[in-house]
Design a protein around this ligand. Structure first.
Ligand SMILES: [Zn+2]
Length: 399
């Protein structure tokens, strides 16, 4: 292709992405409104829209309000015109779902992992996808996998996933070859951030957002100007292994006193096991084998002083680390997700208090921090739609 032709082709694709993104962001919208938002000419918008109508991706859904002249025809995305698969690899189960273009889950499959790792875990993903692909929901245009650990997103390689015993695993390649579909692989917190950004409530196009995923491990997904910020090595937001307590306890990464050893669900379980047997006035179970996240949660909501102290201390360490993120990035919208959010508003308050104590007043005041409303679905939705974030080219592929 000549350079001029290549540039023309790029402009054409870019314009299609823009129009589609604008239609995607609205329930219904007219051609004139698209032209106003995208600053493309009406002629360009009209020709792109006709192509989208031909591809059955967009439909006309009646007329809007007239502003003097003829009432404009409204356009809308056809939610079930294409489907995507999202897979989230959790510690105890692998969950896969087929979603439509509006993020509605149409089919869901869960497989318990029984601590599988290595090739066995890969076989479980095959089983999950084989099962999902037997439905009559078509066309499926891509697969996204969200896994805990460090990823190379560009090449779809799992650099390191400790729990799954994967190292330098070309997961995207394996799945692409087996299913003949585009595949993306991303870290679960990055997936959660995308899911939250696209399908959570009240997020504006091109805004910034940090989603902090607090469960057995801790990491953050960062969205800047409506795009996932991955950093130079794909590890942006890996706050869980920053040392925050000198000479603290050993972490699974080999260092001591990482945030994860102080603020995660595993951290509070460990502390409860350490303190509960000796705490006479606490209603936490005295037998350490009975101390689980659920047991801590029950006693926490029964206002047990020790359970509260354990959870609020965890919240405090988390808040202090989030204060660092706020100071570096000055992103004003933060969402918390992961199993720790089951401790609710009181835990959130301890996180907020620590943010206020640890950061510049003005920065903290202008920041809102809240608990996710879509919870663990965020990672599945985000994995499935990650490919749409990088332009909407995927939606135009022949299927
Ligand atoms: Zn660590």
């Amino acid at each position: 292709m000549s350079p001029e032709k290549a540039t023309r082709q790029q402009t054409k694709e870019h314009n299609r992405d823009l129009v589609l993104k604008t239609i995607f962001a609205h329930d219904t919208i007219s051609r004139a409104e698209i032209a106003r938002i995208t600053r493309l000419t009406r002629t360009t918008v009209s020709s792109i829209v006709s192509a989208l109508l031909d591809e059955n991706l967009v439909e006309e859904v009646g007329r809007g309000e007239s502003l003097g002249g003829k009432a404009p025809v409204l356009l809308s995305l056809i939610p079930d015109s294409r489907y995507l698969i999202g897979v989230n690899l959790e510690r105890t189960k692998f969950v896969g779902a087929i979603i439509n273009l509006r993020g509605e889950i149409k089919e869901k499959v869960e497989i318990p992992t029984n601590k599988s790792d290595g090739q066995e875990a890969i076989n479980l993903i095959y089983r999950l996808l084989d099962q999902l692909l037997t439905t009559n929901l078509t066309p499926i245009i891509g697969i996204g996998v969200s896994a805990p650990g460090l990823m190379n997103l560009k090449e779809g390689i799992v650099i390191k996933a400790v729990n799954l015993d994967w190292e330098d695993l070309p997961l995207a390649d394996l799945l692409r070859r087996r299913y003949n579909l585009p595949v993306s692989v991303l870290n679960d917190s990055q997936a959660a951030a995308i899911g939250e950004y696209i399908y959570g409530t009240g997020h504006q196009p091109n805004e910034n957002l940090i989603v902090v995923n607090v469960k057995e491990g801790i990491s953050a997904g960062i969205i800047i100007n409506g795009k996932l910020f991955q950093g130079d090595g794909g590890g942006a937001g890996e706050i869980g292994h920053v040392v925050v307590q000198k000479d603290g306890i050993f972490c699974r990464c080999g260092k001591r006193g990482c945030l994860e050893t102080l603020a995660s669900t595993s951290a509070i379980i460990r502390r409860a096991k350490l303190l509960a047997p000796e705490a006479k006035s606490s209603i936490l179970p005295k037998k350490i084998e009975e101390i689980s996240l659920e047991a801590i949660r029950t006693t926490f909501f029964a206002k047990d002083a020790l359970a509260q102290e354990i959870v609020f201390t965890a919240g405090h360490y988390l808040g202090a680390s989030i204060a660092n993120l706020i100071s570096i990035l000055n992103i004003q919208k933060i969402i918390l997700t992961g199993e720790m959010i089951r401790f609710g508003e009181a835990w959130l308050q301890s996180v907020q208090d620590a943010i206020h104590q640890s950061s510049y007043n003005k920065l903290a005041q202008d920041t809102t921090i809240e608990i996710s409303k879509i919870e663990s679905q965020g990672s599945i939705l985000g994995a499935a739609t990650a490919m749409l974030m990088d332009g909407y080219a995927l939606l135009f592929k022949e299927t």
